[in-house]
Design a protein around this ligand. Structure first.
Ligand code: KMH
Ligand code: ZN
Length: 273
């Protein structure tokens, strides 16, 4: 089994300071959180930019500041969001990819997202993928529901996607696939041999699905974007607290935790960018 890659999804686009007082918002706060998560065992940070008032933005300059601030503090892999927030245009969402981050997310279809619809038109998805290929950015294929995995497999069959792919199963979202072991096992069983995968359990699903992924040979995403609690009724004190718990569980299960360069090797990225 490869070493465990832990991704810290630091803030997302929707979580507020009212829901989680330790939410990082400014580039410097995001970089501080990234460093603390890297020290706790994260190899990747999944980042969303915010305006100073906390509202979500896909502004390229803000992402540039975030990437520079993170790189000044640590060697963690920066994965930018192209999901942005519900209602943003595809053009807005794609902006940070032109900064050539090491990774970016690529949602593989549309899904109801709480009370909204997270739109991903097939034509826009193809444009996003082409941009990632042109800018040499490794996509993480976001799978919120089973049809999205079918789409990714179809793209692989057609050669639209080629080579080993990295998948993220986002499970437990209101509107998406359930955050259950059965859902995870069903998705995992369909993956090509050479694929890598991580699981992002939403809310209370974060911990059990993370523990299951460690045992199954997958990787784990934790952080405030998906879950603001440490346990029922108790807010997490920081993103790093959630990372540290997963790293601890993995080591207890005799699975070592990957450094950023080890994660680059597992994911086929160039070392030490
Ligand atoms: N904020 C969600 C609507 C991503 O980062 O790629 C989409 C999202 C996915 O967060
Ligand atoms: Zn995200």
């Amino acid at each position: 089994m490869d070493k465990l890659i832990i991704t810290a999804a630091l803030s997302g686009a929707e979580v507020t300071r009212e829901q989680q007082p330790a939410l990082p918002i400014t580039p410097d706060e995001i970089a501080q959180a990234a460093q603390a998560c890297a020290e706790a065992g994260a190899a990747i940070v999944h980042v969303h930019a915010r305006n100073p008032d906390g509202t979500p933005t896909q502004d390229k300059e803000t992402y540039r500041q975030i990437i520079a601030a993170v790189r000044a503090r640590c060697d963690v892999i920066v994965q930018v969001s192209t999901g942005g927030a519900v209602g943003m245009t595809p053009q807005e969402r794609l902006a940070p990819v032109t900064l050539k981050p090491e990774m970016a997310t690529l949602s593989m279809g549309s899904v109801n997202f709480g009370g909204d619809v997270f739109m991903n038109h097939p034509a826009d998805m193809a444009v996003f993928l082409k941009a990632m290929q042109d800018y040499n950015v490794k996509p993480e294929l976001e799978i919120f529901d089973t049809g999205m995995l079918s789409t990714a497999l179809r793209w692989l069959q057609k050669g639209v996607l080629s080579g080993p792919q990295h998948f993220d199963f986002v499970l437990g979202l209101a509107g998406g696939m359930a955050g259950t072991p059965e859902a995870l096992m069903y998705l995992k069983a369909q993956l090509p041999e050479d694929a890598t995968w991580t699981v992002a359990g939403i809310g209370a699903a974060q911990l059990p699905l993370g523990a299951l992924a460690i045992v199954l040979g997958g990787h784990v995403r934790v952080g405030f974007e998906d879950n603001v609690y440490y346990r029922k009724g108790e807010l997490a004190s920081s993103n790093a607290q959630l990372v540290a718990r997963i790293a601890r569980i993995s080591r207890e299960l005799d699975r070592a935790v990957a450094t950023p360069d080890e994660a680059r090797n597992i994911l086929g990225l160039r070392p030490g960018r």
